[in-house]
Design a protein around this ligand. Structure first.
Ligand SMILES: CC(C)(COP(=O)(O)OP(=O)(O)OC[C@H]1O[C@@H](n2cnc3c(N)ncnc32)[C@H](O)[C@@H]1OP(=O)(O)O)[C@@H](O)C(=O)NCCC(=O)NCCS
Length: 202
């Protein structure tokens, strides 16, 4: 039995990297477990989770299960353009070395490579209007009990304190639950980049 009373939100730490990557793959199929889609379970986290914690840990938060283990996270890049520049110099070369021996074996693997190429391109104009961006994912035991809202408020409070004026995110259009959550958190759709883009002022 999971004891939710022990769960709390705290700042992310570099030691959370493995747990954050694991949460990422367990929620990467429009919010559902995607572990059967990939031949390597660390693939989704290389794009959508781990580098944020390395780039700006102070703008990332986790739900701690009371035993020091992350069971949910929000990762943000406070400045998407600065993050893109950092990735170009510091992260994509590391990903290339991680993938040196990698041969895609599944459709998920091939989709990952497509996403990797897309993520190496600069984000469209909405990244100038809403400079920060985010990803939020909780494991099922942590979902539906207010922790998503707590993570979002922790991240927005920190970004606001640091003078960031707006934030955007992309979501799979089939992920109705997440879209409902984002609307409840004050986001509205501002663009469609293949996937709907939601944003709000901070
Ligand atoms: C989406 C997600 C982050 C939401 O976090 P959560 O902890 O489940 O949501 P909360 O309990 O904090 O809900 C906060 C508010 O969002 C709204 N909300 C949540 N789920 C909703 C839904 N399915 N439809 C409409 N609104 C919803 C509610 O208004 C809720 O407020 P309430 O407490 O007054 O009911 C979480 O469910 C999750 O990680 N899902 C799997 C991964 C995922 O899909 N991530 C997003 C990828 S883009």
């Amino acid at each position: 039995m999971v004891d939710l009373s022990k769960f709390f939100v705290r700042a992310a730490r570099l030691e959370d990297e493995v747990a954050i990557s694991d949460i990422c793959v367990r929620t990467a199929a429009s919010g559902e477990d995607a572990r059967d889609r990939y031949s390597r379970l660390d693939l989704p986290g290389m794009i959508w989770a781990v580098p944020y914690v390395l780039f700006n840990p102070e703008h990332c938060f986790v739900v701690d299960n009371g035993a020091g283990e992350a069971v949910g996270y929000i990762v943000t890049a406070a400045n998407t353009r600065a993050y893109e520049a950092w990735q170009k110099d510091n992260w994509w070369p590391r990903v290339a070395s991680f993938l040196q021996e990698f041969e895609p074996q599944t459709e998920g693997d091939r989709n990952f490579l497509t996403s990797l190429a897309q993520n190496q391109q600069p984000a469209p104009d909405y990244a100038d209007d809403y400079p920060a961006h985010l990803h939020i994912n909780l494991l099922p035991p942590a979902q539906g009990d207010g922790f998503g809202g707590k993570l979002m408020r922790a991240a927005l409070d920190k970004l606001r304190a640091d003078g960031v004026s707006g934030i955007h995110l992309g979501v799979n259009r089939e992920n109705h639950r997440a879209i409902g959550f984002y609307k409840a958190m004050g986001f509205e759709q501002v663009a469609d980049n293949g996937a709907p883009i939601f944003a709000r002022a901070i």
